[in-house]
Every structure is written in structure tokens, then in C-alpha cells.
Design a protein around this ligand. Sequence first.
Ligand SMILES: [Fe+2]
Length: 451
Amino acid sequence: MARLSWAARLYIGAVVLVAAVLLIRGPFGDIRWWRSVAVLGLLLVVFESTATLLRPRQLAWSPNSSATLAAVVLLGPVGAGLVGACTIFGMRRGPSLAQRLFNTGMMALSAYLAGQVFVAMHGQVGIPNSGTFPTVIGPFAVAAVVHVVTNHALLAGVLWLTSDRDVAGRRAPLGMSVKLIASDLGYGAFGLLIAALWSVTGVFAPVLVLIPLFVARWAVAQIAEQQQAYEATVGALCQAVETKDLYTRGHSDRVSRGSVMIAREIGMRAERVEAIRYAGMLHDVGKLGVPTRVLQKTGKLTEEEYAAIQLHPMRGLDIVREIGFLDEALAGIMHHHERIDGRGYPVGLAGEEIPEFARVLAVADAFDAMTSTRSYRGARRIDEAIAELRKWSGTQFDPALVDAFVAAIKREGWPRPEPPEPPVLAADDPTAIIVQDDDEPGAPLRVTDSL
Ligand SMILES: [Fe+2]
């Protein structure tokens, strides 16, 4: 509770107290009634224990409302409230005691109110039979709306009262709230299905209705988590490269974007477009293997230093070759400095020998280098950079890909990168004559025999 204001503590206390007072008065049913409470409560605990964590953190979502709304129909207001109160037994790590108490009070109170509304609208409490439908649908729908709206209103209240700015900043944005409300209503509808099946399958109804859905949701969450892990891996590597090479801030992102523009323009299928997006982000990852003093050197490079820079495509391959999901991106990373006329590096491939990914990357890479500020010159205008691409089309770049890129830029535009902070140079530094970036078209070629 240390991070909560007194107002928030009072609010949580009030929610829990009101829920407890309403539920403790009963009426309670017989042993079968309690068994149904236990089954639906167990279902809710399973959902609560496997809730999906959302960004911003500290918010979690689970399809709890399907259990509590089934209880609204089968057990009435008090039974629904007791099922909601089972939230306290959730085994999810993370929530503090205050959060756990609040979640419990919130679920119990909103389920109880939904039950009262269901009864007030003449919804028939108990196991539905063929005569229950369709008259039960209206009261159930209103009860579901009351449940979900009460839930979200109580949640908004506690977030509003949270004193910690960080936590307050974690309030769900409006768009997310709308989606969560829609999800709750959608899963809430399964509550009616559980209640309807109860007459046939008894306590197995929740299993039959919700476990398949639960498994599907779990599988999708696994895929999403894997995707996030990929993004985090690639993002961390990009960050590391850009930390070493100050003048390439945002370069990887823009090369990635440009490569995707070209890929779409030439009609690459979706999986390859995704792969080339990674390739663009990681194309210069091999610079991690180039000494920082060489990357940040502002004077003329020696032959050895040039050779070290020209090793970066191979170094890049060494660094990321074990990352399974990169597939075709690896060829792009290794060959993005090859030229159509065969005078590039590291291998000297020519024309169609150069993997398509590498030819795409080469165009986007050079274009971004030209339109970004470098230590030795300002950013070139878009039309100048396009003219330069055309000039080297057929010798350095694949002409078809240059055409595709120009067409895509004319349609979609190109982001203007922010100029980086220039390094501090001594005014009388005789070495302050800057070498040209290796990514620029027509950059001096110094393939050494060390490759
Ligand atoms: Fe490169």
C-alpha cells in the first residue's frame, strides 16, 4: 500500500466493504448451490491466474466475466458476487495485497450488481430450460453491460486516485479501454452459453465451453510473446550499433522502412517483406565487431582501418547467423555492400548473383546515408539523392529496384531524419578532414586482400 494515497486506500476499503456487506447478507442456497459456486469460482481462479499482462504494465486482462455472468443466471446476485470474490485466490504473480483486495471487491461488487439487474429485469435465476429462451437474453445482455461498465468504472476510479505519477501514467489509453470493454462483453456472452449447457452437462459446462477458447487464447499469446522477443532482440542489437556509431542514429530503422517500401513495390510476399524488415534493421550489426575508435574517427582512415570497416558484413553474419527467424535476412546482411558491376565487397558478386535482399538493402542504405546529416556535410535533398541513385543505377544498384524505390518514395514520401549532435572537434585539428561514409554511393573502394 506504500505507493497508494489515502484517498485510494479509502476507495479500495469502501469497495471491499460494500461488496462484503452485500454478500454476507445472503441468501445462500443448498449444497448443490455451493458446489456450483465452487466450480465457477475455480474457473475464475484459473482465468485470473493466467491473465494476460497488458502495456502499460500493472494492468491485466482475463475473461473472468464469463464465469461471473454464468453465475448471474445460475445462482443469482449473491452467488455471482461470491464467484467474483474468488478473485482473491488468483495465483498470478505481481499484484500487491491492495491490488488483490481491490480486484476481489471490484469483481464481487460488479457481479452482484449485474445479478440484481438480471433479477430486476425478470431474468429467471436457475438452470435454464427450453422455456427460458429467448426471454432470458434481454435481461442477460443488460446484466452483462452493467457488470462490465461497473468493473471498468471502479477500475478507472482507483487509477484516478493513485497518487504515484508513474502508476497514474499507466492508465489504459481510451482505445485500449474500448477494446477491453468489447472483449469483456464478448467473453461475458459465453456465460449464458455455460448456463444453458449446465442442464445437460452439469458442472462440466465451463470446461466444454471455455477450455477450447482458453487454449486458443494461450496459443495466440505465445505467438505474440515470441514476436515481442524477436523485436526486442533486434531492437537491442540496433541500439548497440547506434551507440557505437553516433552518426547512424535511426539509420537502421529508416533502412528497414525503405527496404520494406521497395519489397512491397516489387510485390514480395508478406513473409519475405517481414524478413527484409529485420534485415534492414540489422544490416550493419557487424559494426559491433569494428573498433569504436575506427567508427567514430573523424580523420582519414588508414588501410587497416578501412579493412576493418569492410569486414562488417561478415562480422554481422557471424553475430546473427544463429538467430533462427532471420532466414533470408542473413544473405542480405552479408552482401549489402556488393555492387551490380561486381566491384563491391565482401565477395565481389555481380548482377543477379547478389541475393535480392542485399540488392534491396543497398538502395535503401545508400539513400538514407545521403539524406541524413553526416559529420562532413549536411543532409542532401530528396531529389538530389534520387538523382544520385539514378546516376549509379546499373553500376552500383539494381536499376529495377531503384525505379521501385523512387516510385514508392513519390507515393509515400520519406521521413526527414533529425540531425545528430556533431562531435566536438578542435578548431585547429589537422585531422578534422572527414572521411566519406562507406554507405554513400561512389564511396572509395578499398577491398583488401585480407578478405
Ligand atoms: Fe553497411
